[in-house]
Design a protein around this ligand. Structure first.
Ligand code: C2E
Ligand code: MG
Ligand code: MG
Ligand code: MG
Length: 281
């Protein structure tokens, strides 16, 4: 009886919904294939440290060059992976790749850490914890050279468990960054409770901060507050010189954005690093 009801429940969906579901499932199949056959890769976007005046870390951003659809943005398949329980294998791939690539950066003399985005669904997942423990025990991990970027929604679901998980990651030598800061239901209480190292101000506040008075106030006070809490501040989405100069004078620790570097392959990043080291010498 129940099955029939469910069945009838499905039937109320119209053709458009059914077509949508069909597309979603076929994309999911292709995603599985991409994970299994090397169809995914990782690009890196530098975070430029304004004090040290050099790139001290880079964020790993997943890429999928789909055979027919072309380059797909993570926004087109990360939520899909989350909905269908594929986010763990996908993140494992990014972690493995990022650690291998960052080991290569160090081997070439570039002392840089790598940041990996961790889906809200994974922060408190025991399976993810297990995967991280394995990676930490592996050959490419160095304490202090891996950063997890987590969003506010990840920690608000279950604050107590999130605090516990983040503490555990930190004790393994992983730094924690709060991503897209300002877009969630940020409360000052949890900022104080969470074991964080870095705050990334979302690009929607950053982008026009040099021209928009309200954005400028929000960005400046976030930087000041974060510093008082002992956190480093990164501004994301810095697209032009005006914005860059504003953040510098506002005391921001690091910037990330098209102005200082687009996401690029690991080889490209190494080339950039090598030429900027040469310029500085
Ligand atoms: P995010 O972590 O906030 O990453 C920043 C996004 O902004 C990236 O988009 C980056 O390419 C883009 N961006 C960087 N600088 C600029 C700029 O100056 N202007 C503008 N307009 N955009 C800029 P991308 O690579 O498309 O990634 C989108 C989101 O997908 C990421 O947002 C992140 O939440 C998610 N994502 C990416 N890779 C992964 C992953 O491996 N795992 C998970 N769970 N999520 C990922
Ligand atoms: Mg991020
Ligand atoms: Mg972000
Ligand atoms: Mg963002």
């Amino acid at each position: 009886e129940r099955a029939r009801e469910t069945h009838r429940g499905w039937r109320v969906h119209d053709e458009a919904d059914r077509a949508q579901l069909g597309r979603e499932l076929s994309l999911l199949g292709e995603l599985d294939e991409a994970v299994a056959t090397g169809g995914l890769h990782v690009h890196y976007q530098p975070k430029l440290d304004l004090g040290a005046r050099r790139i001290r870390s880079a964020e790993a951003l997943i890429r999928w060059r789909h055979p027919e659809l072309g380059a797909l943005s993570p926004d087109a398949f990360v939520p899909l992976a989350e909905r269908h329980d594929r986010i763990l294998p996908l993140t494992r791939f990014v972690l493995d790749t990022a650690l291998r690539d960052s080991a290569e950066w160090r081997r070439r003399g570039h002392d840089m850490s790598v940041a990996v985005n961790v889906s809200p669904l994974l922060v408190v997942s025991p399976d993810f914890f297990e995967a991280v423990a394995q990676i930490v025990a592996g050959p490419h991990f160095v304490r202090g050279s891996l950063i997890f970027e987590v969003t506010e929604s990840a920690v608000l679901e279950d604050l107590e468990s999130a605090i516990q998980a983040l503490h555990a990651f930190r004790s393994m030598g992983i730094a924690i960054s709060m991503d897209d800061y300002g877009t969630g239901q940020s409360t000052l209480a949890y900022l104080q409770q969470l074991p964080l190292d870095e705050l990334k101000i979302d690009r929607r506040f950053v982008q026009h901060a040099d021209k928009d008075r309200n954005d400028a106030v929000l960005v400046q006070s976030t930087i000041d507050m974060a510093h008082k809490l002992g956190l480093k501040v990164v501004a994301e989405g810095v697209e032009d010189k005006g914005c860059f100069d504003f953040l510098k004078s506002a005391g921001c620790d690091a910037v990330q954005g098209y102005f200082t570097g687009k996401p690029m392959s690991s080889e490209m990043l190494i080339r950039e690093m090598t030429s900027s080291t040469r310029r500085a010498a």
